[in-house]
Design a protein around this ligand. Structure first.
Ligand code: GDP
Length: 444
C-alpha cells in the first residue's frame, strides 16, 4: 500500500483527538508528535518535517471551530492543505516553447528509469497530439541506445542516434536539426546517466544544455530513494539549472519521502510521476490528489470543505437579513444592535462576501460605534416610535422627550433619526454591492 506507514501514523494522531471539542496547543501536541514521527519514517527530510509541523500546529490552533466538524476532522483538513502546499499546490504543467520545437532535456542517474521516461513522455505527448522525436545522447552504454530505439518503435516515435562515437552535444545538435526539418513539435534528449553524481557527468550535461537550449530540463529521480532524491534534485539544480523533476517508481514506494520533500528542498516542482513499467504509467503530478492518497481520508476532507462552505453561506445570509431588517425601524435596529456588535467577526464575514471587500475596517468600526450610540436613545423610545421612525421625524415634542430620558440633547436625537434614514440608504448600497448591480431584495 502506497504511503501505508504514513497513513497509519496520521490515523493514530487523529484517534488521539477523538472526544475533544477544540484544537488547542496542548491537545494537538501528542498527535503532532505522531505526525512528525510518521513523516520521518516516511523519509521526509528533517528541515521539511520541522517547518511542516510548525505551520500545521500554528494553523490548527488558529482555525475557527466549524459547526458540526470535529477537531480531528478539522486537523485532517489543515494537514491536507499543508501537504498540498508542501508539494507545490498546483500541477506544474510542461512548458512548451513559443516557437516549435520544444526541447526537453532529460537527466538522471543510472537505473532510475530515465530511458523508460523518454518513451513514456513521448507517448504522453503523442496522445496530446504533438509530434515527437527522441535523441539518444547517452553514448556510454550501447545498450541504452538499443533500448531507446526499441521503446521508440513501441510508441511509434522516431529515435535519432549516431552510435557511441560522436560527442553527446554534437549528436543533440544534429538531432535537433533533423527534427526541425521534419517539423517536429517536441524533442526529447536522453543524456548519459552515471551510477553517482560526478564532475564529468555534470560538465557533459552543461555542454549538452548549452548546445540545445532546452525549454525544459527535467531530472528523473527514483521515489524509492526517499529524501536522497530530493537532495539530488537540489544538486542538479544548483549545478546545471533544471526546471523540474520526474519521480519514477512511485508504485513501489511505500513511504513517500521523495514526493513530500522534493519541492521544499530544491524549490523545483515534480512535473510527472511514473507508476509502473508500461508506457501509459506516466502522469502529471497533482499535489492535491497525492495529499489525499497519503491521508486516505478523502471523505473527511470533502465533509469539512462542505461544512466550511455551509458556514460561509449561513453567515452571509444572516448578515444579509440583519442589514435588511435594519431597513425597517428602530425596533429591529435595537434587536440587531447587540447581535451585530457582538459579531466580532463582523469584518471577517464582510470580507467573505464577494464584492464587499471594499468596506474598510475603519468604516465597520464607525458603524459599530454608531449602533451603540443609537441604542441608548432607542431604549427610551415608545414601542410606537420604534415601530415608526417617522413619528420622531415629524414631532419635536417626541424628540425632546427622548433626549431628556436618554441624557442626550435634542440635536443628537434629530441626528439619530436622520442617521437611521441615512444608514438605511448606506446599507442598501452595501447590499447592492453584495448582489452585484441588482437592487436589494426587500423580502426578508
Ligand atoms: P535508466 O537506467 O535510468 O535509463 O532506467 P531504465 O529506464 O532502464 O529503467 C530501469 C528499470 O526500472 C526498468 O526495468 C524499468 O522497467 C523500471 N522502471 C522505470 N520506471 C518505472 C516505474 O515507474 N515503476 C516501476 N515499477 N518500474 C519502473
Amino acid at each position: 500500500e502506497m504511503f501505508g506507514q504514513l497513513t497509519t501514523g496520521l490515523e493514530s494522531a487523529w484517534n488521539k483527538l477523538r472526544g475533544t471539542d477544540q484544537l488547542t496547543k496542548d491537545n494537538i501536541a501528542e498527535p503532532m508528535r505522531d505526525i512528525r514521527r510518521a513523516l520521518l519514517e516516511a523519509d521526509v527530510s528533517l528541515p521539511v518535517v520541522r517547518s511542516f509541523i510548525e505551520s500545521v500546529t500554528e494553523k490548527a490552533v488558529g482555525t475557527d471551530v466549524i459547526r458540526g466538524v470535529k477537531p480531528e476532522q478539522q486537523l485532517v483538513k489543515v494537514v491536507n492543505d499543508e501537504l498540498v502546499q508542501l508539494m507545490g499546490r498546483e500541477v506544474s504543467d510542461l512548458v512548451f516553447a513559443k516557437t516549435a520545437p520544444t526541447v526537453i532535456l532529460l537527466a538522471g542517474l543510472q537505473g532510475v528509469g530515465k530511458t523508460t521516461v523518454c518513451a513514456k513522455l513521448a507517448y504522453y505527448l503523442k496522445k496530446m497530439g504533438k509530434s515527437c522525436m527522441l535523441i539518444a545522447a547517452d553514448v556510454y552504454r550501447p545498450a541504452a541506445i538499443d533500448q531507446l530505439t526499441i521503446l521508440g518503435k513501441q510508441v511509434g516515435v522516431p529515435v535519432y542516434s549516431e552510435g557511441t562515437e560522436a560527442k553527446p552535444s554534437q549528436i543533440a545538435k544534429n538531432g535537433i536539426k533533423e527534427a526541425k526539418s521534419k517539423k517536429t513539435d517536441v524533442i526529447i534528449v536522453d543524456t548519459a546517466g552515471r551510477l553517482q553524481v560526478d564532475k564529468a557527468m555534470m560538465s557533459e550535461l552543461k555542454e549538452v544544455k548549452r548546445a540545445v537550449n532546452p525549454t525544459e530540463v527535467l531530472l528523473v529521480v527514483d521515489a524509492m530513494t526517499g529524501q536522497e532524491a530530493a537532495s539530488l534534485v537540489s544538486t542538479f539544480n544548483v549545478e546545471i539549472g533544471i526546471t523540474g523533476a520526474i519521480l519514477t517508481k512511485l508504485d513501489g514506494d511505500s513511504r513517500g519521502g521523495a514526493a513530500l520533500s522534493i519541492k521544499e528542498v530544491s524549490g523545483k516542482p515534480i512535473k510527472f510521476v511514473g507508476r509502473g513499467e508500461r508506457m501509459e504509467d506516466l502522469e502529471p503530478f497533482y499535489p492535491d490528489r497525492m495529499a489525499q492518497r497519503i491521508l486516505g481520508m478523502g471523505d473527511v476532507l470533502s465533509f469539512v470543505e462542505k461544512a466550511q462552505e455551509v458556514m460561509r453561506q449561513e453567515d452571509a445570509e444572516e448578515l444579509q437579513k440583519k442589514i435588511l431588517s435594519a431597513k425597517f425601524n428602530f425596533n429591529d435596529f435595537l434587536k440587531q444592535t447587540q447581535a451585530i456588535a457582538q459579531m466580532g467577526s463582523f469584518s471577517r464575514i464582510i470580507g467573505m462576501i464577494p464584492g464587499m471587500n471594499k468596506v474598510t475596517p475603519a468604516q465597520i468600526r464607525e458603524a459599530e460605534k454608531n449602533l451603540k450610540f443609537m441604542e441608548s436613545m432607542i431604549n427610551v423610545m415608545t414601542p410606537e416610535e420604534r415601530e415608526r421612525p417617522e413619528l420622531l421625524a415629524e414631532s419635536r415634542e417626541r424628540r425632546i422627550r427622548v433626549a431628556k430620558e436618554s441624557g442626550k440633547n435634542e440635536r443628537q436625537v434629530s441626528q439619530l433619526v436622520a442617521q437611521l434614514f441615512r444608514m438605511r440608504a448606506q446599507m442598501q448600497k452595501m447590499m447592492g454591492a453584495m448582489q452585484g448591480q441588482d437592487t436589494p431584495d426587500m423580502e426578508g
